[in-house]
Design a protein around this ligand. Structure first.
Ligand code: TRP
Length: 330
């Protein structure tokens, strides 16, 4: 039996190069070796987009297309729409008895997100948002996933999942698979503005579906070393966004840093070189995306079949869970 992977995306926007280097590339590599489940986490997306469900709806298939564009092969993976698997919600309820409120408040990723969402939550975060890591634990365990390839920001979620699984198994007997996290090589991709995180809402992202013109304009506006004003000024590549992107798109391009420090490389040239490289890398991705988008009804069938298969797995797990909890009555 092949080991199983479960990973997920929130359908709140198109996927960008941060997703690509943080996790998509990794799942493309792993799809041959593992039975791969990709969850379109619409329920989780609603924890902070409850007021705009149509935005979530609109992005469900966009996110599937982005995965296919990145190299996910339809016959190798199982796409699952989260809201169509009510077993996830059931398991979330059982899990929620096994975690304290203070433990939920300690999750560093959730803390950062709450701070960024002041406008939405004010000073009182919702029960659903604070608890989404519990529902994520259910996403993972309901499909008996062995491995969860995600970006580094999801590490706390994985830790919480492992705690919940251990606790469940301790109380009710060995029932659930203990999953492991697998983190990408580029854990955190900076935004074009140099901010720590690339994100649609911060308006600092290069999307996988961006056209060459859009890419060019975005790279032109990217933050470089603010102290390097003239072509021949010595630069500090370690603080330059453009340099970090060069490292992602052209691994091993270290001599570039030396040229920048020596003042023999201007930012304008450096950006033009990066633009060309990004356009070249994203071109086949964009082409694949367009080809799949032309056949949207086939893509929808694929997701519908995947969800049906996933539903069978989830329902078996819930049977085992209820047996273990002695709440199987008939
Ligand atoms: N929280 C993840 C993110 O924001 C998305 C996600 C939902 C997920 N469910 C998951 C990731 C299960 C891994 C496993 O990117």
């Amino acid at each position: 039996m092949r080991k199983r992977i479960l990973t997920g995306d929130r359908p709140t926007g198109q996927l960008h190069i941060g997703h690509y280097f943080g996790s998509l590339q990794e799942r493309v590599k792993l799809q041959d070796e593992f039975d791969t489940f990709i969850l379109i986490a619409d329920v989780q997306a609603l924890t902070d987009h409850f007021h705009e469900p149509e935005l979530v709806r609109r992005h469900v298939f966009e996110v599937v297309l982005d995965n296919l564009a990145a190299g996910i092969e339809p016959e190798k993976v199982t796409f699952v729409i989260q809201s169509m698997i009510p077993e996830i919600a059931e398991l979330t309820v059982f899990f929620s008895n096994l975690v304290s409120l203070s433990r939920l408040r300690q999750n560093p990723t959730v803390k950062t997100e709450i701070a960024l969402k002041k406008e939405l939550f004010g000073n009182s975060v919702s029960y659903g948002f604070l608890g989404y890591p519990i529902s994520q634990a259910a996403d993972i365990t309901v499909f008996n996933a062995d491995l969860v390839p995600v970006g580094e920001d999801q590490m706390p979620q994985l830790e919480q999942t492992r705690e919940l699984v251990r606790k469940f198994n301790r109380i009710y007997g060995e029932t659930l698979t203990l999953p492991e996290g697998k983190y990408g090589i580029f854990p955190r991709v900076k935004g074009l503005d140099g901010k720590a995180k690339m994100s649609k809402s911060l308006n600092n992202a290069i999307f996988l579906a961006d056209s060459p013109t859009q890419i060019e304009a975005k790279v032109q506006g990217a933050l470089t070393d603010p102290q390097k004003l003239r072509v021949n000024d010595a630069g500090h590549p370690e603080i330059c966004t453009v340099f970090t992107y060069h490292q992602m798109f052209s691994p091993g391009i270290e001599e570039l840093a030396g040229e920048c420090r020596a003042g023999s490389r201007g930012c304008r040239f450096c950006k033009a070189q990066l633009t060309a490289k990004i356009i070249e890398t994203l071109a086949p991705i964009r082409e694949r995306r367009e080809a799949f988008a032309q056949n949207l009804s086939e893509v929808k069938d694929l997701v519908s079949e995947g969800t049906a298969r996933a539903k069978r797995v989830a329902s078996e797990t819930l049977n085992r869970v209820k047996d273990a909890m002695t709440i199987q009555y008939f």
